[in-house]
Design a binder for this molecule. Structure first.
Ligand code: MLT
Length: 395
């Protein structure tokens, strides 16, 4: 028997597991500390009323013979697919249809699982810094050594530049995790053209699209001409509607997306039908309610709350002369740590001296060294308190 040796090429633990471990140790040694968590991008507001109501009804449905549901349909329940198709695409003038949408348990799993439909010897381009799942899942799939990094830094305002060598699969995340920067239509168009010219595939993670308030910025890759022949889009209800604990998202694989004469939509449908049994009826009813009038209003107010937190942090940093990125159209604030620190020593310093948890930039890639990420997802009072604590530190 042999275990998958590719796992030995990974970092010892997943970034957020490592942080959780360090915080737990700190808590054990400092039980009195009032810790403020601005590390992992986990939501803190409860599920909104419209969604809760819909879930209650769905539980009742499951209790009656006439309305009980067993295995969900492979793509997802029609009532949810229709809402996604209409609200997220058709209403915005985008031609995506139900049979191009696949409901899943979230963007994290899908961005990793999608690799099942691609050959191992593809060259994969990922931004650096970036959400570590893209890199780790490729290493697990045997692509260590086949990953090229698109370095972003203060020199290019953390905006991804086209690969210098041919890349077959390119991940983009906008609004970006971790830097909070958002790609405009022109920069996305350059990637779409590159992908179409080079027969590459774009994997576009737009888990944070709900935070885009600037009307000129794209929320979907399909707002860009030509994207339907080169891009797969990942969306999530986690940050949009507070579903981090409920689990629901979806992936769009357009029918026009064909490589070597093979439909990627058909491949993904085949993969999902074999390895995934869908999202629970109750959760899909919950997601459906996100699109009701009440649901949309309630969710919008939650997003505004998190964006306001991000602004509070950004202003606080600015007031002590720290340059930041993000915080607009994004829940993340990304900044350079004071000179005497690196990312992890700043993490320790902030935890020890201010009892604040953040995320070390280097955890998102080598280019993140010397940077740090905070989130707007905490409760508003704690966010204000955290900013005061940071202002009182001496760097
Ligand atoms: C993050 O903090 O980067 C995210 O919450 C992680 C995730 O969405 O899986």
């Amino acid at each position: 028997m042999k275990v998958n040796n590719e796992y030995s090429k990974l970092k010892k633990s997943y970034l957020f597991s490592e942080i959780a471990k360090r915080v737990k140790n700190f808590e054990k040694e400092n039980p009195q500390a009032n810790i403020i968590r601005l590390g992992i991008g986990d939501v803190t507001l409860p599920i909104v009323d419209a969604v809760v109501e819909s879930m209650h009804k769905a539980v009742d449905d499951m209790s009656k013979k006439e309305t009980f549901r067993g295995y969900p349909p492979e793509h997802g329940q029609d009532f949810l697919l229709e809402k996604i198709e209409n609200f997220d695409y058709k209403d915005r003038g985008l031609n995506i249809s139900k049979d191009e949408i696949f409901v899943s348990d979230g963007a994290k799993s899908d961005t990793g699982n999608i690799l099942d439909i691609f050959e191992k010897d593809n060259i994969v381009a990922v931004c650096d810094p970036i959400y570590p799942v893209y890199v780790d899942t490729n290493v697990m799939a045997g692509r260590d050594g086949k990953i090229v990094f698109l370095e972003t830094s203060s020199e290019n305002d953390f905006c991804p530049q086209l690969p210098k060598q041919k890349a077959d699969i390119i991940y983009l995340c906008s609004p970006n995790n971790p830097t909070g920067t958002t790609m405009d239509k022109n920069s996305l168009k350059a990637f779409v053209d590159y992908a179409n010219e080079n027969d590459s595939i774009l994997l576009f993670d737009s888990a944070y699209e709900a935070f885009v308030t600037d009307k000129n910025l794209p929320k979907s890759i399909y707002e860009i001409d030509g994207a339907e022949t080169c891009a797969i889009e990942f969306r999530s209800f986690s940050k949009t509607a507070g579903f981090t604990g409920l689990r629901c998202g979806y992936t769009v694989v357009p029918k026009k997306l064909v490589r070597n004469g093979v439909s990627l939509n058909e491949l993904w449908a085949r993969r999902q039908a074999t390895k995934f049994n869908g999202v629970s009826y109750i959760t899909q009813r919950a997601a459906e309610a996100v699109y009701s009038k009440e649901g949309r209003e309630q969710i919008e107010s939650n997003i505004a709350y998190y964006l306001n937190n991000a602004k509070i942090i950004a202003k606080g940093l600015e007031s002590i002369g720290i340059k930041y990125y993000g915080a607009e159209n994004s829940p993340y604030i990304w900044f350079k740590v004071p000179d005497k620190f690196d990312s992890w020593s700043f993490f320790d310093y902030l935890l020890e001296k201010a009892n604040i948890v953040g995320t070390p930039g280097v955890g998102f890639g080598a280019m993140g060294e010397g940077y740090f990420r905070l989130t707007g997802f905490a409760d508003s009072d704690s966010t204000k308190e955290a900013v005061e604590r940071i202002k009182n530190l001496s760097f």
